[in-house]
Design a protein around this ligand. Sequence first.
Ligand code: PLP
Length: 439
Amino acid sequence: MRSTPDVHLNLNVRGMRRSATVSNNEHLATLEREGHRVFRLGLGQSPFPVPGPVVEALRAAAACKDYMPVCGHEPLREAIASHLWRQQGVERSAADVLVGPGTKELMFLLQLVYYGDLVIPTPAWVSYAPQARIIGRRVVTLPTRAENDWRVTAEELDGLCAEDPGRPRIVILNYPSNPTGGTYRSDELREIARVARRHRFVLLSDEIYGDLHHRGQHVSVARYYPEGTIVSNGISKWCGAGGWRLGAFIFPPGMRWLLEAMAAAASETYTSVAAPIQRAAITAFAGGLWLEDYLTRSRRILAALGRELRRRLREAGVECSRPSGAFYLFPDFGPLRDGLAGAGIASSGDLCRRLLEDTGVGILPGTDFGRPPEELTARIAYVDFDGAKALEAMAGIPRSAQIGRAFLEEHCSPLLESVDRIAEWTFCLTHAKARLHVL
Ligand code: PLP
């Protein structure tokens, strides 16, 4: 028998499919083109537009055409270091910053150049583990528990490291979290820092949603483990510029060797981030009152939505921990397991497939985030609404006022409808009724 051409593929990527979020989004787009009503709760893209001053800065820089230094444009590196200082009181200089085409690419380079295991508490963002597998690194998952709001504890990390002390490891901590929206308290971060210091692992602190903490109170673990924390941040989420592809790692000064190794690999692959984007990003990281206003409005909308959607899910009998940041919920349909099993749903994959078929609501199964298939968890990205209009409408609402249901009904109705569809669907299935809505 003749072999197929894919035998010539690197074994690490053979059989690998596109990232779950990307392929889910493409699938939903196809359904939409075919004329189906679809609710896109799969891809974690900011619903808000890039703030005006940042767009203006990009316009002004459009003619910049030179290659940039591989570590990034110096004024941008300075602005990123100052941003961390202003927000967290962690002192870093421009020389500690590496700018790249999105933090995703920087994470890949980090794993490529650092020879160690990748430790990820699960549920975790979809791409950490596949990146490690492409490179051939060992992935160690640390399952967290719903009772602890899906947060890893210092004891759990300590227990894992103590099994093989001295083994080189990168531990990734992501907070506010994709997929749960949860975050860590300062005392928990202090404890984790103590364990990190004891085992001297590299702590990659993925803080891409830090500025979308719903109360604007994000705390970085770099405050407590400054010598071993790499802070990851970018403009994709809090600045609404995912498609601009710019992210940065901020290293401790004692880890310049690691930054240099990544810069060497970067110089042989992507060279530098697009010059106009880097110049525009200076405006974003330098910030100002306009950015504070934009972020305050974004956070208030996201907080109100998270509260309301969670309330509706829980009313339908679905468990869901409270989000503190970002735009995600991680519902657990476990309490409805018996009823769902009667409808042939026994895994999170079944759940999401059937939900999409029956209601047009697209969400991602817990398995995409490293959870076991039989656990009926899923991720909702609550971003399917007109963020520009909602931001505008917020302008007239005093800061002291609660964002009520009327506001959400008016500006975020597709989201409320999609969660109502989920609730109605689970009710019908668990009460053995026929399908409710058909695409
Ligand atoms: N980390 C987390 C937790 C994310 O959700 C994402 C994007 O969805 C990224 C990193 C990568 O972001 P980017 O490559 O756009 O900087």
